[in-house]
Design a protein around this ligand. Structure first.
Ligand code: TYC
Length: 101
């Protein structure tokens, strides 16, 4: 055995990043009653009446409104549950998700 010293060819660089957060977006439609949208926002996103009303109104006026941000799994679960709550009543209410920049 020789006494040769070897230099590692690769460097291990540890990189820890926060998981990207995902936005839950409320999409406006012409059929879901305003009050029902508010009820769903309060139930699924733990909003107060005031907060829920403002989000509903923003979506109503602008077409969409960001409801909140969560990790991917939580955002997708909440968006699905909230959309299903509308579907159960026959409404086209829609919540989508998208990654934050
Ligand atoms: N535009 C609906 C109405 O006039 C109310 C509404 C608001 C529906 C926001 C969906 O995301 C929504 N009854």
């Amino acid at each position: 055995m020789s006494d040769s010293v070897t230099t590692p060819k690769t460097k291990v660089k540890t990189k820890v990043e926060r998981p990207r957060l995902h936005k839950v977006i409320l999409v406006n439609d012409d059929y879901t009653p305003r009050e029902f949208v508010v009820t769903v926002l309060k139930a699924e996103f733990r909003m107060t009446e005031d907060q829920a009303y403002k989000v509903m109104l923003t979506a109503h006026q602008r077409g969409v409104c960001v409801v909140a941000v969560f990790t991917k799994d939580v955002a997708e679960t909440k968006a699905t549950r909230a959309t299903d709550a509308g579907r159960a009543k026959g409404y086209p209410l829609l919540f989508t998700t998208e990654p934050e920049e």
